[in-house]
Each structure stands twice: as structure tokens, then as C-alpha cells.
Design a protein around this ligand. Structure first.
Ligand code: IPE
Ligand code: IPE
Ligand code: MG
Length: 244
């Protein structure tokens, strides 16, 4: 289990008004490393460690779904060594039975979004196995977007619909063909590193998401900053096109 130390959250944070689904574009690992004179993969390693810290905090806050943009359909353009480094981090984490047991003990369901069949076979198998082992967990959905792109996802949905031989009538029905079919749309999207763009992330699902951009590089994005972002989220007036 996660440690049971008494949770001390920022007093300004209203725990009754948290987003249901936070999606995080974890950016800036490379620059975090370069700034320290380290190879880019050290930045990914530090970034991966930060995922664990942030997941634990999100869990303790009681948020139900978190998606991490881990590897995009465009990230294949990077040097093979860097790609291997990123996959190795996921691989080594899931290979550790203690880590998988930690998911089970904490009632955390691991899901993925993206075409994971294009990943190295052992990684694909491991991801599938852990998803199966945690499929009944109820407390938190930990969703990893790997080999994920919003456009590729929409294209895949269209092809599935064509294959099914029947059209779809509503946008909800269309959404049921997306990887995220079982998840609520992200109500809060955070991007670190100072870039002000979406980079092909959850294009369909972000129609009414609230956005939060910070200059902090992902490995430095702390639980305190997460709470600050959430306080900001709670000040937003969401209208969904209506007059309120
Ligand atoms: C984000 O960090 C992680 C991935 C895209 C896998 P980057 O690797 O994009 O870091 P920067 O943007 O080059 O600093
Ligand atoms: C987005 O970051 C992808 C992930 C965080 C996995 P990138 O670093 O790939 O995005 P661009 O290239 O700056 O748009
Ligand atoms: Mg980047």
C-alpha cells in the first residue's frame, strides 16, 4: 500500500470539487536533462520517477482517472536509443512483481491508450498481462497513452465504424469507438515545460477540457504544483456552451 502518513493538502483545495479525469502531457524531460549536462534518457528516468510520485498524490486526493501522455505516434521520429530508453523504463517497472502487486494492493487499474501492438513484443505482452491482472480495480484508473496520437485514434474509430457496417448517429456513439471509450473525458489537462500546444493528444476528448500550462519541466513538477493547478481549475467557470 501507499504509505499511510496523514495527508496534508493545501487548505485552499476543495476536495469535493476535483476533476474526474486529469490528463497530463509530461513534457520537458529532455531539456531537464540537458540543463544539467545529462543525456536525454536521464531526463526520462527522472520523469518516470515523477509519475510515481504524482500518481500517489492523485490517488490520495481521490481523483478517479489519470492519463499520462507517455509516447506519441510522432515520437518514433526520435533516435532509436532514446525510444529504447523510454520503453525500458516502462518495461523495468512492470517487470518488478512488487510494483504490479502495489497496483493490485492499492486497487489501481492500469489501462493503455494507443496502438501498443507496435511496441516490442515482450512489452506488449507485459502491458496486456498487467491490464488483465488489474482489470477489476476500482479506486483509480492509471491510463498510459503509449504509441498514441489523437488523429490516429480518430482514424481507427472511423475504420472500425465502416467495418461494423452501421453508421453512428451521435457523438457519444462515436466516442465509444475511441480508446477512451470506458473513461470520462478529461476535465483537466496539464502540460508542463512551457509549450503551449496539444501535440496530437486526445483531440476528440478535449472538446471542453480546462487547460493548465506551466513552464516547469516534467521531472520537477511537484505535488505542490499539482495542487496549485487544481486550485486554479476550481476557479474556472465551465459553461459548455450555455449561459451560466
Ligand atoms: C517528454 O519530454 C517525454 C516524451 C515525449 C516521451 P521530452 O523528451 O519531449 O522533453 P523535451 O521537450 O525535449 O525537453
Ligand atoms: C508530447 O511531447 C508527447 C509526450 C509528452 C509523450 P513532445 O515533446 O513529443 O511534443 P512536441 O514535439 O514538442 O510537440
Ligand atoms: Mg518535448
Amino acid at each position: 500500500m501507499f504509505n499511510n502518513t496523514k495527508n496534508k493538502f493545501n487548505k485552499k483545495l476543495n476536495l469535493q470539487k476535483l476533476p474526474q479525469h486529469i490528463a497530463i502531457i509530461m513534457d520537458g524531460n529532455g531539456r531537464w536533462a540537458s540543463r544539467r549536462g545529462l543525456p536525454r534518457n536521464m531526463g526520462h528516468k527522472a520523469g518516470f520517477e515523477n509519475i510515481k510520485k504524482i500518481v500517489e498524490h492523485i490517488y490520495k486526493l481521490g481523483i478517479k482517472v489519470v492519463t499520462f501522455f507517455t509516447f506519441s505516434t510522432e515520437n518514433w521520429k526520435r533516435p532509436q536509443e532514446e525510444i529504447d530508453g523510454i520503453f525500458n523504463l516502462v518495461r523495468n517497472h512492470l517487470k518488478d512483481d512488487k510494483e504490479v502487486q502495489r497496483l493490485i494492493d492499492n486497487d489501481i487499474k492500469l489501462t493503455t491508450m494507443g496502438d501498443i501492438s507496435k511496441l516490442p513484443e515482450d512489452l506488449y505482452n507485459k502491458l496486456t498481462e498487467v491490464q488483465q491482472k488489474t482489470q477489476n480495480a476500482k479506486k483509480l484508473v492509471l491510463n498510459l497513452a503509449i504509441n498514441y496520437g489523437g488523429r490516429a485514434e480518430i482514424l481507427r474509430a472511423v475504420n472500425e465504424i465502416v467495418k461494423s457496417g452501421k453508421g453512428v448517429k451521435t457523438t457519444e456513439e462515436f466516442a465509444s469507438y475511441l480508446y477512451s471509450a470506458s473513461l470520462p473525458d478529461p476535465d483537466f489537462v496539464i502540460r508542463t515545460s512551457g509549450e503551449l500546444r496539444i501535440s496530437n493528444f486526445m483531440l476528440y476528448q478535449m472538446a471542453y477540457s480546462e487547460f493548465y500550462f506551466t513552464k516547469t519541466y516534467w521531472p520537477d513538477f511537484s505535488t505542490k504544483q499539482l495542487e496549485k493547478a487544481l486550485i486554479d481549475f476550481q476557479k474556472r467557470k465551465r459553461r459548455f456552451g450555455a449561459v451560466k
